[in-house]
Write a protein that binds this ligand. Structure first.
Ligand code: PLP
Length: 460
């Protein structure tokens, strides 16, 4: 069955295609790091689904209604109302984006030396937990670390692992449990409602707060509707409310699910936590009634939060990701399965088995894809994982992936076919793709700005 876009095009942005010579010059200048390319050098940009969504006519119209008052902005109350309606949380603390909310949560809820269990790490989340003196502990099910394991809810928390950690360290040494829905680093994999309820029950029993990284909660709600018994006839909106009811609060990057280009928030029910978060937000983000966002940004997000739970919209969004993934899978390209909600993840370890992980296979494949077709993707492997803060050795994650992330409402299936053709061409000549050597390494979040050169080349 053809699933067409539940919207039509009202405004277009021309898309020039860089020549091979231009691409060669560009990737060299960028140190073989796709983050360092200029967007003018790119044909189809699948670097991220973050802040890259196309806004609707209603969102653009709402922006004109932004109230730019320094304090008590009407737009803040609109956002608060939308978050209350869609997520069910009473209080909202706006932030400039997700990591602003993560920073505040980590600072108010972590005492140095405490553990923060989570279902797989996320880069900015863990960085803020560690900055606050916390110790991240991975409690995702084993299947999440296996690109080939097929599990309908591969993002689930391993409740036995979590219980064992609480047993070993004591509930007082757990800052809070942080559950991401979906799990980005595992390939956009969802968590089941049954699992959320079990985790909630365990946390309640031990008096531990349960926080949600709600960045892609709508995609997760859609997977529950499609895959979990008893939810097929429910709306995505009602499933999302039920999911959020399991949590004490959430951090949110509006740049993903909420269909805006910037913004985020922290939401919760507890007044004491609200007060502490409000004290910090003025220091790091802005007044509690704007937190780093303009009034117009809050208007656009309030509207986006309502549009994101439209059943036809979210079904098409996930369908488009699957269209790309299915084309690659049928061509024999190794990808993470099941296909996730926001991106297709190529298994670079199986794509380039002749490279050692220390030769950065995913980074090399992302650079090769750009050279072939001007398509930008992102490394999610050993470069993203960074170094262990204790041993300062490279962390060697089991997943060595290239992420093809589909922005919301931006590209057509034909664009995604161009991407699939290019990946397929590279797969046919995969043995000719060589490894890389890192020539510059920044101290934190190195994947953003690290530089590389072909490993065959003599060091400069
Ligand atoms: C993007 C993201 C964040 C951080 O949000 P920003 O808006 O980029 O700061 C946190 N968690 C997950 C799972 C994300 O994908």
């Amino acid at each position: 069955m053809t699933v067409a876009e539940p919207y039509r095009i009202k405004s277009v942005e021309p898309l020039p295609v860089p020549t091979r010579a231009e691409r060669e010059a560009a990737i060299g200048r960028a140190g073989h790091n796709t983050f360092l390319l200029r967007s003018d050098e790119i044909y189809i940009d699948l670097l991220t689904d973050s802040g890259t969504s196309a806004m609707s006519d209603r969102q653009w119209a709402a922006m004109m209604c932004g109230d730019e008052a320094y304090s008590g902005s009407r737009s803040f109350y609109r956002l608060q109302e939308a978050v209350g309606e869609v997520y069910g949380f009473r209080h909202v603390v706006p932030a400039h984006q997700g990591r602003g909310a993560e920073h505040i949560l980590s600072q108010i809820a972590i005492k140095p030396g405490q553990y923060v269990p989570g279902n797989m790490y996320f880069t900015t989340t863990r960085a803020h937990q560690e900055l606050a003196g916390g110790i991240f502990a991975d409690v995702v099910i084993d299947e999440a670390h296996d690109a080939r394991a097929r599990h309908p809810f591969k993002g689930n928390v391993d409740v036995a692992k979590l219980a064992a950690l609480i047993e070993r360290e004591g509930a007082q040494n757990i800052a809070y449990v942080n559950v991401a829905v979906t799990v980005n680093m595992a390939g956009g994999q969802p968590v089941s409602m049954a699992n959320l309820r079990e985790v909630r029950e365990l946390c309640t029993r031990h008096g531990i707060l349960l926080w949600c990284d709600a960045t892609r909660c709508v995609e997760n709600a859609y997977f529950i509707q499609q895959r979990e018994e008893g939810y097929a006839d429910r709306t995505v909106a009602s499933i999302l409310r039920e999911m959020m009811a399991c949590f004490d609060g959430c951090t949110m990057s509006g740049k993903k699910d909420a269909l805006v280009n910037i913004g985020g928030f922290l939401a919760m029910n507890d007044e004491t936590l609200l007060q502490r978060a409000s004290e910090l937000v003025v220091l790091f983000e802005g007044m509690p009634s704007y937190g780093g966002m303009a009034g117009r940004d809050m208007e656009a997000m309030a509207q986006g939060v309502r549009e994101m739970v439209d059943d036809a919209y979210i079904a098409h969004r996930v369908h488009q990701v699957h269209h790309l993934g299915e084309r690659l899978r049928r061509a024999g390209v190794p990808i993470v399965e099941p296909i996730g909600g926001h991106a297709v993840f190529i298994d670079a370890a199986r794509f380039l088995p002749h490279l050692d992980q220390e030769q950065f296979p995913a980074q090399a494949l992302a650079a090769a894809l750009y050279l072939d077709s001007g398509v930008r993707s992102m490394e999610r492997g050993i470069v993203s994982a960074g170094r262990d803060p204790k041993t300062s050795k490279n962390r060697r994650p089991r997943l060595e992936l290239v992420r093809l992330t589909v922005p919301r409402r931006v590209y057509t299936d034909s664009h995604l076919d161009v991407v699939a053709d290019s990946v397929q061409r590279l797969h046919e000549r995969r043995h000719s793709i060589g490894g890389l050597r890192m020539t510059y390494e920044p101290p934190t979040l190195r994947f953003f700005t690290a530089r590389f050169e072909p490993a065959g080349q003599a060091p400069a």
